[in-house]
Ligand binder design. Sequence first.
Ligand code: TYD
Length: 206
Amino acid sequence: MFITIEGPEGSGKTTATNKVIEELTKLGYDVIRTREPGGTPISEQIRNVILDKSNTAMDPRTEALLYAAARRQHLVEKVWPLTKEGKIVVCDRYIDSSLAYQGGARGLGIQNIIDINMFATENTWPDLTLLFDIEPELGLSRIAANANREVNRLDLEKLDFHKKVRETFLELAKTQPNRFVVIDASKSQEEVASAALKAILARICK
Ligand code: TYD
């Protein structure tokens, strides 16, 4: 099973996912956590290029292609082999981030991003996607309050950009209700983690 975790900056998805994986492991499930962009040495190198704050000249299509390239390598080296072994792979961000950030917020268009990603992933869609939904104002204020979190090139975008990201995520969830579960990430950490766990267990037991 391939589960992806999506949401805007400051949605608390990382903290909630840690908790959920701990619980699933306690229940005896073989769960592996990974992230995008990154997750393998080559993809982590691509990540550094994409997120480097000094790369202000990066063209939006270059950005979209680099995310897709990192994704491909991560699937080949990690996600496909692990899911084949029967493990549950939980991935922090995947194709919906490209659709929301590059397709929506950068304005490249959803279909263009689907096209390059279908080439990159050979049509690999997640079995389940949890969308941690939060108003960008609240998400960004959480990031600002967290001194440990490193600020990346996309964090530096204006509020309008992050609003467009959220809007596109919600639109995607609406059009693919069978794959998405939307979680209200403005709630307490406990409530958010418990909603996420419930959604995953419901999918596993289906
Ligand atoms: P990261 O530090 O992992 O952010 P977060 O903790 O919010 O997940 O940085 C990943 C950044 O890359 C984040 O701003 C979202 C962005 N992104 C895209 O724009 N497109 C993509 O396809 C992916 C996977 C991420």
